[in-house]
Ligand binder design. Sequence first.
Ligand code: RNT
Ligand code: ZN
Length: 416
Amino acid sequence: MIRYELAKAQYAKYGVDTDAAIAKLKEIPVSLHCWQGDDVIGFDHDGPLTGGIQTTGNYPGKARTPEELMADMDKALSLMPGKKKLNIHACYAIFEEGEFVDRDALEPKHFAKWVEFAKERNMGIDFNPTFFSHDKVKDGLTLSSPDKETREFWIRHGQACVRISEYFAKETGIPCVMNIWTGDGYKDIPADRMGPRMRYKESIEAILSVPFDKTLVKPCVESKVFGIGVEAYTVGSAEFTLSFAASHEGCLPLMDNGHYHPTEVVSDKIPALLCFFPEIALHITRPIRWDSDHVVLFDDETKEMAKEIVRCDGLGRTYMALDYFDASINRISAWTVGFRSWQKALLSALVTPNDMLKELQDAGNMTKLMVMQEEMKTMPFGDVWVKYCEECGVAADESWLDDVLAYEKEVLAVRK
Ligand code: RNT
Ligand code: ZN
């Protein structure tokens, strides 16, 4: 491969070892969210998606059963380079024929099929209690509801999920990141902003009071600015969740880059949090004007986030998960484009001469720093990407789409 050899030499000029970058990326797990495959519906309810989030589009062929979802995911997984982890939501519980239990009574056995799926593919599992799309969401509130019974139901759900998370970690031998996100909030100006937050705090504490091994289960709290129909006030705001994580040992802050004001960037928040937290978690998405959850692309902010993780030596301390849902295009392609984009961002960060650039900054040589940062943008990154994909046994170019389109014709198109 002449092109790779030339690229390698060019990067070496700046002290970058592209072989080492490729080898490193192969070991870094990224969580793939099952919910892109069925528009965040799951298997435990017939109702609509609630919680202030929304999928738009009606592309044919979405998965309707665990078998279909797993088959679709398998197709997507086969087209992506790199190490994968599976990310599932509690609403994806798989019941036996005729069986049903409510969310507060979920048990590990309801996820045994997912464990089997993950193990066969050498993947760990991340987990999410589902605090939405359910009739026990009362007036848009769950863990922060003023109604005790409502709160208690959702606390029991969270506790069940801690047990299930531990089961995942034990079964796979890989720690399970358990993310707590609720859409709790108000459409219009509340009269009491602190009350719901105090209740939310106590409820999360109650969830985390069940005994669990902190090396196996990594609980996170995810913040948000607003949701659809929840425009005026969000209980789990940025300050709330960050302070919660900071004051509760073993609890990680989770930043979703769709959940901040439009001029804020998560790339700048990553190094801030890494100064204080031993571990952090991310939801990687692409917001357009709002938390729209578009498919992740290889765009500037995506690259910048990956760069910060790598530059801060944070790869081993940052749990990375994709979180988007596009129902307007082929869902397997959506999964694949998003995962490959984040892989590109990580690889591109790994072949950035970070030490050299840091030295220029510390020497106050901002003139050369600008020149070098610009120079890096036209380095032959594409040739390194091709090599990485080849080593991972996946197509390096767009030809993977032919595979998806063939699958669409054979499998998706016949789902009516
Ligand atoms: C919603 C949050 C949350 C969800 C998933 C499905 O705004 O980002 O993480 O997307 O739990
Ligand atoms: Zn998220």
